[in-house]
Design a protein around this ligand. Sequence first.
Ligand code: CAO
Length: 444
Amino acid sequence: MTTLINITIPDIGGFTDVDVIEVMVKPGDRVGVEQSLITIESDKAAMEVPSPQAGVIKELKVKLGDKVSEGSPIVVLETDESTGALAESKTPPPALKSESAVRAPHQQSVAPAAKASGPAPQPSPETAAIDSPPEVFVSGASKPHASPSVRKFARELGVDLNRIKGSGRHRRIFRSDVEKFVKTVLSSPAAPAARNGTGAALDLLPWPKVDFKRFGEIEAKPLSRVRKLSKANLARNWVMIPHVTQLDEADVTELEAFRQELNAAQSKDGIRVTMLAFILKALVAALAEFPEFNSSLDGDNLILKKYFHIGFAADTPDGLVVPVVRDVDQKGVLRIARETAELAASARAGKLRLTEIQGGCMTVSSLGGIGGTAFTPIINAPEVAILGVSKHAHQPVYRGGAFVPRLMLPPSLSYDHRVIDGAAAARFITYLSSVLADMRRALL
Ligand code: CAO
């Protein structure tokens, strides 16, 4: 026996007049319980609305671009009593609302069939920590089950969701499943690069699961939100960008002497000029000389930027953050020094505003105050290069027939080889080193 029911928009957390951005079904389609019917999007979130029952779509009540609110009709469904946990129910929308899979932001999802077949899946700590849109269960027959935000996340990482077995009910894929998948890939360098028709697949062994307690005392420490975000970004950038790192040595003997003079003179004003401020200024001179380094890939286009906002990695107790100094080309070294100090202080206090971490053209990662001779920084996508800086040290340099002691600073330039050729990178870093050796070049 079959029944016709109207399926309407359930409780969507108070949003009204939201756009229908995707219609996934058409009349005649057979849908399963929890299979997505449409995707709606407000200015804050995108969410898929699932069918509460199995059956055949008899009539579509929405089209792309429509605006809908709670109660707006979506489809007329001819129900199929033989499937679905709610198949016995003859009551359409009111029951649907209370048992809808749609959830308000940051609330727990409850699947319609959860009562019948076990507990609803708990979001992992990762899932819970993300500022993601409301999520709705998806249970399409042919599509992997995942929310729009998780699909977007997977798309950004270049991960094919068909390759992931979700840890949720109906194998629903959480963000943490995608992260785990990428982690597995990253940690298995010897894995075979199987082909799936679209390129080399990330076909690696699962991440080793070890009961560390068997070997001694341990402590499990939850990752901070900053670290969770940066780990996902770093994994994506490392997997998706073909990195090459070019090293050099810049003679900063005169620059360091000048910096110390400046600090002696400035001490009453409280501004401490560190090498970082000069590096930002020198970097902008190099970006002006080599504009392809001040760019981002956008599909088949290279976006060349005419502005010079430079990010710098700041080490904070919660993890790495990258504040951005705007318009470095228009600022003097003293102002840049003051701004980097203020931004680093805000970063460490967890008080950076969104606008202070956006719009960077290139990033500087300075470990000079700590030590080391070189490293291979990971590019901060969608930028195409990053400048690492290690600690300067006195070295014997052969000049005029004799070795003389010079203060040498080692920059490490990682670049995206899809955009930048090795020769351009060598020219860029050589030019940058020449500016650091003689900052007057930055005025040219
Ligand atoms: N060589 C030698 N000494 C250096 C140096 C270099 N390249 N760069 C800085 N120094 C010195 C500074 O001059 C300062 O000494 P003085 O007090 O005598 O002037 C001292 O090291 C400490 O500097 P600082 O770290 O406080 O200041 P900074 O402007 O150089 O750096 C900041 C600021 C925010 C970049 C830094 O504090 C920081 O967080 N660095 C870590 C960045 C990071 O984690 N990168 C890795 C990212 S990838 O994993």
